[in-house]
Write a protein that binds this ligand. Structure first.
Ligand code: ADP
Length: 226
């Protein structure tokens, strides 16, 4: 059987404020397989961002284990976690967070050059990604010269530039009108189909959630299929 690219096992996360403790994850299990797209649909405050941060190795759970490509990560050093995150996990947020001084092309090249790729190779791969996402004519534009939908597509291209197996997205279309959201989502679907990428997307958009392979929600700190 195929191994999950990302697996959460009995993951716990609790926020303490003075005397009170808020248990956001209380034993959550979840597995994401190559080529799957999973929608994470839950009300505000349910713990979606917390779950994505833990899955993306940005935070450590207080209990349980997170496996990336089968490797347990909670007891890894910070450096090892950072290296694994850079190679294996891409992130897209509600706001694009592109670097304003750089072109779309350069924004996609940078993570590849940081990972050690030559400028020429990074450029080729970035142009290919831009072309793939219908943005070839926008390569030289800075983020401020792009529409909201184009900015998000560049952010997706940047997130997958190093060829991660997992893409985590936190409300990636939350700031876009329905038509543009649909266009951005199509870009994501194209990448998933072409590359076998697996993606976990927190979204409030039910229409988009229904187009994904699976849907999960958070109930009393557990991750449940819907
Ligand atoms: P969502 O992304 O679904 O809106 P979050 O993961 O951001 O939910 O938050 C889940 C719950 O945990 C919320 O009630 C939030 O107020 C609380 N929370 C999140 N981060 C912190 C923190 N750093 N300290 C205390 N409480 C937090």
């Amino acid at each position: 059987m195929t191994r999950p690219v990302l697996q959460l096992e009995k993951v716990e996360r609790c926020y303490r404020q003075g005397e009170t403790a808020l248990s956001v994850l209380s034993g959550g299990d979840f597995a994401l397989f190559p080529g799957q797209s999973v929608a994470l649909v839950a009300p505000s405050g349910a713990g979606k961002s917390t779950l994505l941060h833990i899955a993306g190795l940005l935070e450590r759970p207080e209990g349980g284990e997170v496996y990336v490509d089968g490797a347990p990560t909670t007891h890894m050093s910070d450096d090892a976690r950072t290296a694994l995150r850079r190679n294996s996990i891409g992130f897209v947020y509600q706001f694009h967070h592109l670097l304003p001084e750089f072109s779309a092309l350069e924004n996609i090249m940078l993570p590849q050059m940081i990972a050690g790729l030559s400028r020429a190779k990074a450029r080729d791969r970035s142009l290919e990604l831009l072309d793939y996402l219908g943005l070839a004519a926008r390569a030289k534009h800075r983020p401020a010269e792009l529409s909201g939908g184009e900015q998000q597509r560049v952010a997706i291209a940047r997130a997958v530039a190093n060829g991660p197996g997992v893409l985590l997205a936190d409300e990636p279309t939350g700031n876009l009108d329905p038509h543009t959201a649909d266009h951005v989502f199509q870009a994501l679907e194209t990448l998933v189909k072409a590359t076998g990428l697996a993606t976990l997307v927190a979204t409030h958009n039910e229409g988009l959630a229904l187009r994904m392979t699976r849907r999960v929600t958070l109930k009393e700190g557990m991750i449940v299929e819907i």
